[in-house]
Design a protein around this ligand. Structure first.
Ligand code: N01
Length: 542
């Protein structure tokens, strides 16, 4: 059957109703007059913040920059209560945005996109869902997040466990009651270190199963500083956000332009202490310029944190287990915690080192490691995600000549600017692999993509261009550049999910773009100014 000459059902299908999907829908529908259908698996908006409801979940970006910036009124009207936004409040914010801009009428909830196929004869996408929808659209836009496919490790015996078990990334909507329970948490990444202190306060006993010791920095979380917001942020919001937009990480902060190695030991310690007292992303973000690039500079900061762990944790054996020595600080996602290390001073908390005594199996009553057997009422998997590509591969996405995205990316994702991949015309990714995404304050990256994609679609319309596809040479050059900038950084020195190292069999490729959001924005603008160089624009057939 051919759709030749038949108009598509929608101008664009957008997958996902988190920050990316909501923002994309609003822009295309309300500013550009396009017809848009959003499909969302959950029964509400929120994306990451819909699914990650685990105890202690909140964002590591300070709340005043973790938001949309398309509406001045929204920026002025919304008041965050915490210095860092907590999961329930971010979810309220996104629900508020959905209501305020009347977005729900174009979102179909409880609907998972199962496949998307590019129809070469018409340059349209045909999208199918698990609810029986089959629709066509000129553009397919993914707003599916980077860390949205939960990874429950394939441990023998999980089916036999008689207690309750949860993954942090698909937490129940009802309250999980830890009172009086013996609880295990497996994993000490961002989700683990946020949930562990909260669970420890409620559970009868908590056992933390740690594979890799972590560096983590105190968040210094608290209520928002209203005076700061009212006097320094709200009257200057556009300037504050603009600074964030052009910065490396999407935050309006300045790093110290000195090398950690050119100052005296006393000056270095003074700087680290000041950063530690301030806490959060500022500890690393405002520090010396070479911490992420020079191993010797990094060692000074890594050792500073190890010393803090030695000071904070009382039991010397636990200290030894907690000290990160096999990778430099910042080579895995920097963690920001509240009372994480103090938690190990509690009587009801124990730390199990599974690097040296790995988990052998899950038993009906608990967990058996190489040298011990434990009984639990509950197991919490804080074991992360099949990041950046996992959610793409859950759908059967096929481009030209029936090529599947899974085949195309079998050796790791290949994209031009993280926005398109060769062979998949008219498909755009919001914060796809090869873009700064997870190495930046996400809403800043998401909004940059939304505006850039929408501007491109308008350009196409004006030029009567029906189809657009990244050029092979441009993609190859971009992939090489993404690798080249990652190579000298600390990021290459740890087994992280950035490299796909957490998923057995996943190709080891550094997936996000480490060159910084400001530089990336500059590059995207140059591409647009040069008539979208690196893209093949085709009047196509319709
Ligand atoms: O997942 P992770 P996450 N057996 O992959 C361990 C964002 N986020 O959900 O380090 C035993 O970081 C694994 O051990 P190892 C943020 O970008 C943001 O915590 O691989 N252990 C590790 O300790 C973050 O980076 C926020 O050796 C296993 C842990 O599980 C990303 O999401 C909050 C294992 C997984 O850590 C993912 O964070 C939460 C196994 N088979 C998340 N497999 C904020 O903004 C894995 N592990 C605050």
């Amino acid at each position: 059957m051919t759709n030749l000459g038949k108009p598509p059902d929608f101008d664009a299908v957008v997958i996902g109703a988190g920050f990316a999907g909501l923002g994309m829908l609003r822009r295309l529908r309300d500013e550009d007059g396009m017809s848009v259908q959003v499909y969302e698996t959950g029964d509400g908006v929120g994306g990451t913040w819909y699914w990650n409801r685990y105890p202690g979940a909140r964002c590591d970006s300070e709340s005043y920059v973790y938001c949309f910036s398309f509406s001045k009124e929204l920026l002025q009207d919304w008041d965050w209560s915490g210095k860092y936004p907590e999961q329930p409040e971010i979810l309220s914010y996104l629900n508020h945005v959905a209501d305020r801009f009347d977005l729900r009428r174009n979102i179909q909830f409880n609907t998972r996109v199962t496949s998307a196929r590019y129809l070469e004869d018409t340059s349209l996408w045909e999208v199918e869902t698990d609810q029986g929808d089959r629709v066509t659209a000129q553009f397919l836009i993914t707003g599916i997040g980077c860390i949205s496919s939960g990874n429950v490790p394939d441990i023998k015996g999980l089916d036999s466990f008689q207690g309750e078990w949860y993954h942090t990334g698909s937490w129940p909507h009802e309250k999980v009651d830890f009172a009086g329970k013996r609880v295990a948490v497996i994993g000490t990444g961002s989700s683990g270190i946020q949930s562990i202190p909260v669970i420890a306060e409620q559970a009868a006993h908590l056992s933390v199963f740690q594979r890799t010791p972590q560096y983590t920095v105190p968040a210094r979380h608290g209520t928002v500083d209203r005076k700061f917001i009212e006097e320094q942020i709200k009257p200057n919001y556009e300037a504050v956000l603009n600074k964030a937009r052009w910065s490396a990480g999407g935050f309006p902060i300045d790093r110290d332009e000195r090398s950690a190695l050119e100052v005296t030991e006393a000056e270095r310690m003074e700087s680290f202490e000041a950063g530690w007292a301030e806490g959060g992303i500022r500890f690393l973000g405002t520090s010396f310029k070479d911490i992420s690039m020079d191993r010797r500079a990094n060692d000074t900061m890594s050792e500073f944190i190890r010393n803090k762990i030695r000071e904070m944790v009382k039991d010397p054996e636990t200290v030894e287990k907690l000290l990160p020595t096999d990778h430099p600080f910042g080579s895995k996602r920097p963690l920001i915690d509240t009372n994480y290390f103090d938690t190990y001073n509690r009587e009801n908390v124990e730390l199990i080192d599974i690097r040296h005594s790995p988990i052998q199996e899950i038993t009906p009553k608990g967990i058996r490691t190489e040298d011990q057997e434990f009984e639990f009422d509950m197991i919490v998997f804080a074991t992360g995600f099949d990041a950046m590509t996992g959610t793409y591969f859950k759908m059967d996405i096929r481009g030209r000549n029936g090529l599947s995205l899974k085949e195309k990316w079998s050796e790791g994702p290949k994209t031009y600017l993280g926005l398109q991949t060769v062979g998949f015309p008219n498909m755009f990714m919001i914060t796809g692999p090869g873009s700064p995404s997870v190495l930046s304050n996400m809403p800043m990256s998401i909004e940059q993509h939304i505006d850039w994609i929408a501007d491109f679609l308008q350009y196409m319309r004006r030029g009567e261009i029906n189809s657009v596809e990244a050029d092979e040479n441009a993609e190859t050059a971009w992939v090489a550049h993404v690798n080249e900038v990652a190579e000298p950084t600390m990021y290459m020195l740890a087994d992280s999910w950035y490299l796909g190292a957490n998923i057995p069999g996943k190709p080891r490729v550094f997936m996000p773009y480490v060159g910084g959001l400001g530089n990336y924005r500059r590059k995207c603008n140059e591409v647009a100014d040069n008539g979208y160089e690196g893209f093949i624009l085709d009047a196509g057939r319709r």
